[in-house]
Design a protein around this ligand. Structure first.
Ligand SMILES: Nc1ncnc2c1ncn2[C@@H]1O[C@H](COP(=O)(O)OP(=O)(O)OP(=O)(O)O)[C@@H](O)[C@H]1O
Length: 254
């Protein structure tokens, strides 16, 4: 697996639900320090169109930290993240437009209905060519796909944990982007919902989308590259020989 050639055309920040994604994403020599402890070091990763990366490792090994780092929510202590057409640090806004992060906390506004929550997201992430009708169509399709249509008018605060998680996943369809970063996305999902999630992951990859996903449960992700965070753990005693540009981690505002 390697990043796409640097000459590949950049994807537009906005995408229709059916357009094909191009390009690639990579990290080189990544170092993560949290609470003055090296969580991982010298970590390389690369994703090309259609590829998936499965993040494994015990509690505390750094799976969530790596996903937050890839999302631009945590600054690496060392190393670089880049798209095929340039470093993330050069164009953070473009990186945000190309990335969708599904973390442990469901980003749902409690007073808005399920449909209003999704419409909000679709509008925030809309491209210049998206019409109101396009967004409404995408939101309705996302609700339908995650079997939430019957709950479209229910306020977020009244949804169950699994329904909230499904609504959070529906954001991926309501606001398309090439790189999905997913932290234990099966949490609270029933068996049927996990099957739907697996279908959605496969469809995203078939369109050229990329996925990095952490999990403690089996998730069907055919031919995914496996990255075990334990392989990048560092013996802390006497192992502080960090590169000159290393600095403590820093949480970025979401
Ligand atoms: N907000 C934070 N501030 C400081 N240190 C943190 C913070 N969040 C996590 N850590 C530390 O970073 C290290 C990696 O944690 P992280 O959550 O990335 O691991 P994980 O592999 O995702 O764990 P889990 O499987 O339990 O979700 C741990 O040592 C943890 O204590």
């Amino acid at each position: 697996m390697s990043a796409a050639p640097r000459s590949a055309p950049p994807p537009s920040p906005a995408h229709t639900a059916t357009s094909r994604f191009e390009g690639g994403f990579e990290g080189r020599g990544l170092i993560c320090i949290r609470s003055e402890r090296i969580v991982f070091a010298h970590l390389d990763l690369a994703l090309s169109a259609g590829e998936a990366l499965l993040l494994l490792g015990p509690n505390g090994s750094g799976k969530s930290s790596l996903l937050r780092l890839m999302a631009g929510l945590l600054r690496p202590a060392g190393g670089k993240l880049a798209w095929h057409d340039g470093p993330v640090a050069d164009e953070p806004e473009r990186h945000r437009a190309r990335t969708r992060y599904v973390g442990h906390t469901d980003a749902i506004k409690p007073v808005l209905s399920a449909r209003e929550n999704l419409t909000f997201w679709a509008r925030v992430c809309a491209g210049p060519d998206d019409t109101r009708a396009d967004l409404d169509t995408r939101v309705a399709a996302a609700l339908d796909r995650l079997t939430l249509s019957h709950l479209a008018d229910v306020p977020g605060r009244m949804l169950s944990a699994g329904q909230k998680r499904r609504l959070n996943l529906a954001r991926l369809l309501a606001a398309p982007a090439p790189l999905w970063l997913m932290d234990e996305p099966t949490t609270a999902l029933d068996v049927g919902s996990i099957a739907i999630l697996e279908e959605i992951l496969a469809e995203h990859r078939a369109r050229g989308g990329m996925i990095a996903l952490s999990t403690h449960q089996p998730v069907t992700l055919p031919e995914a590259r496996v990255l075990n965070l334990d392989d990048y753990a560092v013996e802390q005693a006497g192992a502080w020989g960090l590169p000159g540009n290393a600095h403590p981690d820093e949480e970025m505002p979401v």
